[in-house]
Design a protein around this ligand. Structure first.
Ligand code: NDP
Ligand code: 2IT
Length: 452
């Protein structure tokens, strides 16, 4: 068996039920095969074996009291995967599906994503099986405080800097930061995605969605295309999806879809800036469901209970560019075939690992421009890195400055992917390019440290 095959087999044998982690590890490691030939020093130092094993996994009980006075018990996690190139960095996910395998996949991806940003950040992820949906502000607060009551001892501005992810937005970060500040008696950059009055960065809320669209624009430009006049399918309706809609509109594209886990809306007239404002109010202030969009805008069609990619397949909806911005494995092989059939030329992933391995094969076999999540959605964590810099310097940059830095970082990630792919004999392959470029910096740092 090849070195890579052996590492994958051992990882599966060691943790047989961590399916998402196996999927992520397999995707990354398979594209590193060529690096084993060019870098015998990595093989000798067992860098491949070491990089799939987290530095540390922390699991803890999170008890809290709901509005009825009942005690609830959730499980909290932090996977500190690799800090070779900087303090651990990565989001917290609050969703009932959260388990160790999902957080290991996300923490593993984060190592390479963070390396691609060129900023000094290691890889981590954490979260809980707590479901913030339908919880009152007081319940969310009591949960977040209890979560931080344990997490505080494992994090710090030079140790580990969490942020948001699914189910963790401004409200949750506020409660967690407030509790950390209280018990540590320190006002410091220990979380990112903070509110502007207490150390947050302008453009951080926008950054993942904007960055995903910037990355898509870079890919389109390699074939002489722009967003102008393109039909764009976006999934999800949370933080990443909302700001992807905003940026596509600014670049002249037409967004024709959004969804949540209950329904899909299709608006063939396009989700205009005014409609996008309505969605931000609906989701972020009123905490409503996307189906309400079809009550407000009569021309939109709502498909209750249907996955967005099924709707696009079954209705034969024309899509030029697809931006999956909801969750892992939302696009499967059949969905990918339908996208190709319906005219799609570009897929840029706002979500982490939203395409199954079979879907990725379909994109590649059909010559689509395909930007994998660790490159295309790196704008979020990159801007978190910029928030950390501003916190350390004790100053804040204006919108234009942060947005310009974000754009430059996304362009640089795009070119590093292409350069690495070409240098390792896989020209034009953004998957291989992102994995190799992200890996080399981390592997060289690990090598420098000796066996630790
Ligand atoms: P949010 O919680 O703000 O939004 C998530 C959205 O996805 C919601 O509309 C949610 O619907 C929907 N969704 C979740 N699960 C499903 C499902 N099984 N089927 C259909 N829709 C679903 O999270 P974010 O926007 O922050 O995150 C979205 C994706 O982007 C995730 O993969 C995340 O890891 C990734 N990401 C986020 C970054 C960030 O900065 N926030 C950075 C990089 C990547 P519902 O309300 O019904 O649950
Ligand atoms: O998946 C991701 O990159 C994030 N959820 C953002 C992490 C961060 O630290 O900003």
């Amino acid at each position: 068996m090849s070195i890579i095959g052996d590492v994958i087999a051992k990882a599966k044998e060691r943790d047989p039920y961590e399916f998402e982690f196996h999927q992520a590890a397999e995707e990354v490691l398979e594209s590193l095969e060529t690096t084993t030939k060019k870098h015998p020093e990595f093989v000798k130092a067992k860098i491949y074996e070491r990089i799939v094993e987290p530095d540390r996994v922390i699991m803890f009980r999170v008890p809290w009291v709901d509005d009825k006075g009942q005690v609830q018990v959730n499980r909290g996690f932090r996977v500190q995967f690799n800090n070779a190139i900087g303090p651990y960095k990565g989001g917290l996910r609050f969703h009932p599906s959260v388990n160790l395998g999902i957080l290991k996949f996300l923490g593993f991806e984060q190592i390479f994503k963070n390396s691609l940003t060129t900023l000094p950040m290691g890889g981590a992820k954490g979260g809980s099986d707590f479901d913030p949906k339908g919880k009152s502000d007081n319940e969310a607060m009591r949960f977040c405080h209890s979560f931080m009551r344990e997490l505080f001892r494992h994090i710090g501005p030079d140790r580990d800097v969490p942020a948001g992810d699914i189910g963790v937005g401004g409200r949750e970060i506020g409660y967690m930061y407030g509790y950390y500040k209280k018990i540590m008696n320190e006002h410091t950059g220990v979380l990112t995605g903070k509110g502007l009055p207490y150390g947050g960065s302008l453009i951080r809320p926008e950054a993942t969605g904007y960055g995903c669209v910037y990355f898509a624009a870079e890919m389109l430009a390699t074939r002489g295309f722009t967003f102008a006049g393109k039909n764009v399918a976006i999934s999800g309706s949370g933080n990443v999806a909302q700001y992807a809609v905003e940026k596509v509109n600014q670049l002249g594209g037409k967004v024709i879809s959004l969804c949540d886990s209950s329904s899909t809306i299709i608006d063939e007239e396009g989700i205009s800036p005014e409609k996008c404002d309505y969605i931000m109010d609906l989701k972020n202030v009123r905490r409503g469901r996307i189906s309400e969009y079809a009550d407000r805008y009569a021309n939109a069609v709502c498909y209750i209970g249907n996955s967005i990619w099924d709707v696009i397949k079954e209705q034969g909806i024309k899509v030029d560019v697809a931006l999956p911005c909801a969750t892992q494995n939302e696009v499967d092989e059949e969905h990918a075939n339908a996208l190709v059939k319906n005219g799609c030329i570009c897929v840029s992933e706002g979500a982490n690992m939203p395409s199954t391995p079979e879907a990725i094969k379909v994109y590649q076999q059909n010559g689509l421009l395909y930007g994998p999540g660790k490159a295309a959605n790196a704008g979020g964590v990159a801007t978190s890195g910029l928030e950390m810099s501003q916190n350390s310097m004790r100053l804040s940059w204006d919108r234009e400055e942060v947005d310009q830095r974000l754009l430059t970082i996304m362009k640089n990630i795009h070119s590093s992917c292409l350069d690495a792919a070409e240098a390792y004999g896989m020209k034009g392959d953004y998957v291989a390019g992102a994995n190799i470029a992200g890996f080399l910096k981390v592997a060289n740092a690990m090598l420098a440290y000796g066996v630790v």
